[in-house]
Ligand binder design. Structure first.
Ligand SMILES: [Zn+2]
Length: 74
């Protein structure tokens, strides 16, 4: 006897809220549990990316010590 008639929905853990998420075609936000969790995850990813392309240091402090001593053995 097979119990295939009893269809069980695979439950995965939502990466955002660590809650139960239905991993099925009916859930367009899988593996997330809801649209909100998916948007939060994408937002965090975008923020991380924006962080990398942030404004760097604009201080022009270079070792411009160009004082060459002319110490000739003369
Ligand atoms: Zn969630």
């Amino acid at each position: 006897m097979t119990a295939s008639s009893l269809r069980r929905t695979p439950i995965v853990r939502c990466p955002t809220c660590s809650g139960d998420s239905r991993f099925e075609p009916a859930n367009p936000w899988r593996p997330f549990c809801s649209e909100r969790c998916k948007s939060i995850d994408l937002g965090a990813w975008a923020m991380e990316r924006y962080r990398v392309a942030g404004p760097g240091d604009t201080s022009e402090s270079g070792p411009t010590d160009d004082t060459s001593q002319d110490a000739g053995p003369h």
